[in-house]
Design a protein around this ligand. Structure first.
Ligand code: 3PG
Length: 221
């Protein structure tokens, strides 16, 4: 491996949002507690056909996990989730994020997202938040927390006033209810933590995670 690749000067493999959406069906929301789990976990998901990964900033290991996966798992498309501030956005880009995800959207964060040009799924849960993100010119959004905020019915209702908006619902989604979301024409992917249960990660049960990934990858029609 070249020194450049090792230091993760991750300009290579830049993807636009449409390419990322094209490669996504279920986006695992990954919470990495132990840095050494990052690469085997990502490999297990990719092995099961899930390539687009969201690594959250909920743990101290998040950004190092992004760097390691970018370096060691070339087939993965690596995003950073739980981005809530411009500083976190900047740190994510420096770590090699190929896209970003936020749980909600503030005017300050929206401006930073637009200025950065990083492919991004800004979080929304209400009509006013959808309108705010549209003001920034972005039309693909994370709908969070999907089930608690109204689920399938809410997304159906969004179609009337916002026919141009596509969503990645996340929060309360699993293998059982995901097919209901995939039936909606304004849903491009779904996200969830069910592919990476804490107990399986702690036990290093990568084979079972690959099985869950394979099952999830088959959910989108
Ligand atoms: C997220 O940050 O997107 C959610 O915590 C994922 O929700 P889930 O754990 O209900 O899948």
């Amino acid at each position: 491996m070249s020194a450049r690749a090792r230091s993760c000067n991750c300009k290579e493999k830049t993807m636009n949002l449409d390419q990322i959406i094209e490669a996504t069906s279920v986006m695992p929301v990954m919470v990495v507690d132990r840095p050494e789990d990052a690469v085997p976990l990502a490999r297990a998901l990719v092995e099961g056909g899930i390539r687009v990964l969201e690594i959250t900033l909920r743990t101290a290991a998040g950004l190092d996990a992004v760097k390691a996966i970018r370096r060691e798992v070339p087939d993965a498309i690596v995003g950073v989730g739980t981005i809530a501030t411009p500083a976190q956005l900047e740190a994510s880009i420096a770590a090699g994020a190929q896209f970003g995800v936020s749980p909600g959207t503030t005017p300050t964060l929206l401006k930073a997202i637009v200025d950065s040009r990083l492919p991004f799924f800004p979080g929304v849960a209400t009509t006013s938040e959808v309108m705010q993100v549209l003001e920034g010119g972005l039309t693909v959004m994370k709908f969070f927390p999907a089930v608690a905020a109204g689920g399938v019915k809410m997304l159906e209702s969004f179609r009337g006033p916002f026919p141009q908006v596509r969503f990645c619902p996340t929060g309360g989604i699993n293998a059982q209810n995901a097919p209901d979301f995939f039936k909606l024409p304004n849903v491009v992917c779904v996200g969830g933590s069910w592919l990476t249960p804490k107990d399986l990660v702690a036990a290093g049960n990568w084979a079972e995670i690959t099985r869950l990934a394979r099952e999830a990858a088959a959910l989108k029609p």
